[in-house]
Ligand binder design. Structure first.
Ligand SMILES: [Zn+2]
Length: 842
């Protein structure tokens, strides 16, 4: 391994690794493992204006590292420190949050089915879950929604390394290296990094409370039953490394019971308070030593040892991390490659490959916010517009670019489509022609020269639009293809960068918090846009048809553009187009799949509504298989009102939450406020079905879905009524679409759906005769209002129940009868074509 010390960085921009510590004892242990301190020789690196952080800089192994000291513990403090650190050190590629944490003593896994964590072990995060204890009362059961969110996964590069280190052999090597660094730390008496001894490692039963706050267990006489620990009995004093999810909260976890509840529910292995603050700002790995068991028995006895094991693990971890920038990019900017500032350099230049869009309407609020952020308050130099594919992000960026050209003439303007490395290359070549730079020849050199020039003062003020930054791998590189577009993006106090992206995850990684969400247009905006897009404006006189059409197209600009293109060419009326939209699924698919010419979009890009999202689906399939599987599952059920409990289990709850997070990040799923119920945009849902069909997986996916729903669908016990009312629309949908499939589980599902409908039907009957039961009737109506299909089905069922009452004895629900009713209902529903409404709303 190359252990040569890295060269002293020329500027803060050349640091790629940050270490963030909350407590001075944590920072002391990290500091003691620096191989060299740059602060000791040469001029200090200073900080960006307004940055209050204190830093130490130096080298660890072959990396230049900046250590940020936090003024206190907690998420808010960590977020502020990280944000300021990013301002001073703009090229940080990896932040390590290093220190102490509370751990979960037992979790599933290991030999014998249980893996043990003892004090001094180190947790390395492969994800962070936020939880909030502030929202609940003491002694209450922890409700499901206590877990606010997983904060997404680390980037590909980090994930690849974690995957490697998790392997048995790598883990052993990591632990061996740690042992070596522990020797170094123990040699430093002031760090007091010695192992406190197995006798000090006490785990009380989860329900045993600490006797008195503010005193140690010995002082106040905690004498609860201790839980036996196999590892301590074996006398294994070496700290182990565990990989897993870290729970990050706003308060210290002080309850063994809450600890175990959350651990069971979310699969977390440790608790701390800082990483949620850093996670949003930097690509991040949390490395924390176990100093207590996240229960009420807090002790300081383990803090220094745990801080030392964490620091040792950090140094061992860094020895596996490969610097992501090519060597020549790590060298100081050599402005010699750019000619000295000349008259020519002072002239702003423009490269915008798309023409100004004369049809552009509205979006005033978004544009005003962007201008305010970038040009007035000047508080951010990078911003991102995030939103669903087809919602008009590129057009907003384009509008801002042309506005800047007109109103800020001193600005140079550049535009880079981030569709692939080839489009970046193309744009940089075009830009280079207009810039006063010399290039050594090859393409990489050219890109580096452009980056260097724009990062220099000589370039003057500029605005760079990085459009369609949807694919993480293209942007940041991947394990297979290291190095991404972001390596070539310039940084300058005079430069503004605006990203457009479908992925919230990408938006947050490139800008931190400066993200603007772009939603579909409102009705008036959409109407004006339609008017500008139509050749025959008088068509809009049919106000009813106009309103209906816009509603069906969900006010999505791309869908409106596409409809207008079709109407302009085929010369059909708005009402006729609406009628086509109400046709069969095949009609809609063919209508929505038609590519059309649009000179405000890139040539060759997927212009049709139905296909524009397929690219994103493929990206998801590549990067998050669980999320892709979830998409396929949703293609089989109703797009609206999907309860989280209906989703198929992934390997773990955390993985499912993660997959949901990915789909929400792309705005493919939206969470109904404060609930565990999700909706999918109707047109996106249509696209998922096309996608599954193109993959040739329609039958497989359908079978899987019906098997799963058959497994989770409840029995007709009245106590389950809320569950079955939530599940019914989805059960109907899969049943209806799987009529050709011969699988056993389908009959089971038919049976229980029939039984549940019977129970509901009877209550409705009963309510009719007993006014006192009107309440339950209302309840029922409310539950069904969302879906015309089920309403229809229940109406039909009532008729059947009435007929049945005449022919069969009551309380005689036979399996066969239920199935027959339901098949009958499904047939009838099919004839009514209730199913295939484009917008998904009835
Ligand atoms: Zn105690």
């Amino acid at each position: 391994m190359n252990t040569a010390r890295p060269r002293r960085p020329a500027a803060r921009a050349d640091f790629e690794i940050a270490v963030i510590c909350a407590l001075p004892i944590e920072a002391d242990a990290v500091d003691a493992l620096f191989d060299h301190h740059w602060d000791d020789d040469g001029a200090p690196y200073d900080k960006a204006g307004g940055d209050p952080n204190a830093y130490s800089t130096g080298a660890i192994g072959r990396h230049n590292v900046v250590l940020a000291h936090m003024p206190g513990m907690g998420k808010a403090s960590a977020a502020a420190v990280a944000a300021n650190c990013r301002a001073s050190f703009p090229n940080i590629k990896l932040a390590l949050v290093v220190g102490v944490c509370g751990v979960v003593p037992f979790r599933p896994g290991g030999s014998g089915g249980t893996a043990e964590t003892v004090l001094g072990d180190v947790i390395v995060s492969d994800g962070v879950v936020q939880y909030d204890l502030g929202r609940r009362l003491p002694e209450q059961f922890v409700p499901k929604d206590t877990l606010l969110d997983t904060l997404g996964r680390p980037n590909t590069e980090i994930r690849a390394l974690l995957a490697k280190l998790r392997g048995l052999r790598s883990r052993k090597m990591l632990q061996a290296k740690m042992a070596g660094y522990m020797d170094v730390l123990r040699g430093e008496p002031e760090l007091a990094a010695a192992y406190p001894g197995a006798a000090q490692d006490k785990l009380f039963e989860a329900t045993y409370r600490h006797v008195r706050d503010g005193m140690s267990c010995e002082e106040c006489g905690c004498d609860g039953k201790l839980v036996p620990r196999a590892r301590l009995e074996q006398g294994d004093g070496q700290p182990a490394v565990h990989f897993g999810l870290i729970a990050s909260g706003d308060t210290v976890m002080k309850s063994g019971k809450d600890r175990d509840d959350i651990a069971r529910e979310a699969g977390v292995v440790g608790f701390e308070m800082e990483s949620a603050g850093v996670w949003d700002i930097f690509p991040c790995v949390v490395i924390k030593g176990a100093c207590d068991y996240a229960d009420s028995h807090k002790t300081k006895a383990w803090q220094r040892y745990a801080a030392a094991t964490a620091a040792a693990c950090m140094k061992a971890f860094l020895s596996y991390w490969v610097p992501s920038l090519p060597e020549h990019l790590l060298m100081p900017y050599r402005l010699a490659t750019a000619k000295p500032a000349t008259d020519r350099a002072a002239l702003p230049c423009h490269y915008i490959p798309l023409p100004e869009n004369r049809r552009f309407v509205g979006r005033k609020e978004t544009l005003d916010t962007l201008k305010e952020m970038l040009f007035v308050r000047k508080e951010c130099r990078k911003a991102a517009i995030v939103g669903l594919g087809g919602v008009g992000k590129t057009q907003v960026a384009l509008q801002l670019a042309y506005w800047t050209k007109k109103h800020r003439p001193e600005f140079s303007i550049f535009w880079v489509p981030a569709l692939s490395k080839a489009t970046l290359e193309q744009a940089f070549t075009a830009m280079a022609r207009n810039l006063p730079i010399q290039s050594g020849g090859d393409d990489d050199d050219l890109k580096v020269s452009v980056r260097r020039y724009l990062s220099s003062e000589a370039a003057g003020p500029w605005l760079l639009v990085v459009d369609n930054a949807d694919d993480r791998d293209i942007l940041f590189g991947s394990a297979d293809m290291p190095g991404g577009i972001s390596d070539y993006l310039p940084e300058s106090d005079n430069g503004l960068t605006l990203f457009t992206t479908r992925s919230r995850e990408v938006a947050v990684s490139v800008t931190g918090s400066d993200v603007i969400e772009l939603n579909a247009m409102d009705q008036p905006e959409a109407a004006v846009f339609l008017e500008k897009s139509l050749i025959q404006k008088d068509m809009l006189r049919d106000e009813g048809a106009t309103a209906e059409l816009l509603k069906e197209l969900t006010y999505l600009p791309l869908a409106i553009s596409q409809a207008a293109a079709y109407i302009n060419i085929k010369q059909v009326s708005l009402a006729e187009y609406v009628k086509l939209l109400h046709g069969t699924q095949q009609d809609i698919v063919s209508l929505m799949s038609k590519e059309f010419r649009d000179n405000t979009r890139y040539a060759g890009s997927q212009n049709a509504v139905a296909t524009t999202w397929l690219v994103s689906f493929d990206q998801i399939r590549k990067s998050d298989n669980a999320a892709a599987d979830l998409l396929s599952f949703i293609s089989c059920i109703e797009p609206k009102g999907i309860p989280q409990s209906l989703f198929p289990d992934s390997e773990s709850t955390a993985q499912l939450v993660d997959a949901i997070g990915t789909l929400c990040s792309y705005a493919f799923l939206t969470r109904r406020e404060d609930s565990n119920v999700f909706d999918m945009h109707g047109l996106v849902h249509l696209a998922t079905r096309i996608w599954v069909q193109r993959e040739g997986l329609t039958a497989t996916t359908g079978k899987k879905a019906i098997r799963h729903i058959a497994t989770v669908f409840p029995s007709d016990d009245y106590a389950n009524r809320n569950v079955w009312r939530e599940y019914l629309p989805h059960a109907f949908r899969v049943l209806q679409q799987s009529k050709e499939l011969d699988i056993e589980e389908r009959s089971d599902l038919l049976f229980w759906v029939g039984q549940c409908l019977t129970v509901d039907g009877r209550i409705k009957e009963a309510a009719r005769n007993h006014p006192s039961r009107l309440a339950s009737q209302h309840e029922l109506a409310g539950a069904y209002r969302a879906n015309g299909q089920v309403k229809e089905a229940v109406a039909l069922l009532e008729q059947v129940v009435a007929i049945k009452a005449k022919t069969l004895a009551e309380d005689h629900p036979s399996r066969l009868a239920s199935q027959q009713w339901l098949e009958y209902i499904l047939e009838a529903a099919d004839q009514d074509e209730l199913d295939y409404n484009v917008s998904g709303s009835h």
